[in-house]
Design a protein around this ligand. Structure first.
Ligand code: DP6
Length: 334
């Protein structure tokens, strides 16, 4: 039941972190509502944030979306409108909205701006319309905008549950951001938009003969990864994270049409990381739907890893992030 009572306008602002998946989400059981084929585990990234202002107004004649000062039209706008229609339905409000969003990191380069974007939009839009959703409900709602956004609602180390129902598929935190001193060194080798968006990739996942094998083994890998994080066991963590990333890329590469996100430098970094680990450095790699590589390590090893990775030709820049907190309302909007 709606609590909404404003007479002409309602606004709110929220911030959310992007996240890096250790056990990946790839493919859906139900594409319409992003019910994932398997559960996933991620860490929020404190340095990669989206801040979103939402204003609903009786007088607006259409929805408007501005990201990083650029007016978004076409598919990006339609996707947001479909999402806001769900929020308006719950709030029993028909007003259009103006959404103004700022990312502090490159969009569409496999850095999951849709995760932080839809998490921030979920929180800001429901706050503006005075909907009091609990964290579970908010995470399920964010999932409707972008699957991985479900994981950017809670803080720290997070698990998103696969379920057959909308209400059952939400993400929850299982360890606070400071539980383990893990750092993501994001190696940017490409900062242009990727050719195939994850949303299209999720649809292609079922065409891969690898996908059934990948999803069947996911619950085992989830258990190993969760345990490794809780025990701060870097060696067990590295093995399962690299295996899971490789399985997702194997599914991508064997779908029809094939999705090959890697560039030659991506492989060069994967191989270097294996070599460095063999030499005793605690580091492992994981890659999302893009060519950039996420190197996971402990704070003490960041300077050495930075120095090593910068020597690889083709590395453009690095973004270094520790674990981040939950999505939050910003009371005093900047
Ligand atoms: C490869 O939920 O970001 O990053 O929002 O539709 O683009 P869209 O999909 P999204 O897919 C994420 C896929 C992934 C793996 C992961 O984050 O688990």
């Amino acid at each position: 039941m709606s609590n909404f009572s404003a007479t002409s306008a309602a606004k709110a602002c929220a911030a959310a972190c992007a996240n890096i998946a250790f056990i990946k989400y790839w493919g859906n059981r139900d594409h319409r509502i992003n019910l994932p084929s398997n559960g996933s585990i991620s860490m929020n990234l404190a340095m990669l944030k989206t801040v979103t202002h939402v204003e609903f107004d009786k007088g607006f004649t259409s929805d408007e979306l501005i990201i990083n000062d650029v007016l978004v039209t076409g598919p990006g706008l339609f996707r947001m409108q479909r999402f806001l229609d769900q929020v308006r339905r719950i709030a029993e409000v028909q007003w259009y909205a103006r959404v103004y969003s700022q990312n502090n990191f490159p969009m569409s380069a496999g850095l999951a701006s849709s995760a932080s974007g839809y998490a921030a939009l979920s929180l800001a839009s429901t706050k503006a319309l005075n909907l009091h959703l609990n964290d579970r409900e908010l995470s399920s709602l964010a999932r409707l905008g972008s699957g991985s956004a479900a994981r950017s609602i809670p803080g720290g180390f997070v698990e998103w549950y696969a379920s057959e129902t909308h209400e059952g598929s939400f993400a929850a935190s299982f360890a606070d951001p400071d539980y383990w001193d893990l750092v993501d060194v994001i190696v940017i080798v490409q900062d242009a938009a990727k050719e195939t968006a994850s949303s299209q990739g999720h649809v292609l996942a079922d065409t891969s003969p690898i996908q059934p094998v990948r999803t069947k083994g996911a619950s085992g890998r989830l258990a190993v990864c969760r345990q490794a994080i809780l025990e701060r066991d870097f060696s067990a963590f590295s093995e399962v994270v690299e295996l899971d990333s490789m399985l997702m890329h194997a599914a991508m590469m064997t779908s029809t049409p094939a999705l090959i996100y890697w560039e030659p430098v991506t492989l060069q970094i994967i191989k270097s990381v294996k070599k460095w680990r063999g030499e005793g450095l605690q580091v492992c790699s994981t890659i999302d739907a893009g060519a950039n590589v996420h190197l996971l390590c402990l704070t003490k090893d960041v300077p050495e890893i930075q120095e090593l990775v910068r020597k690889i030709p083709g590395v453009l820049s690095l973004i270094i992030s520790q674990a981040g907190g939950p999505a939050q309302i910003i009371e005093k909007a900047p």
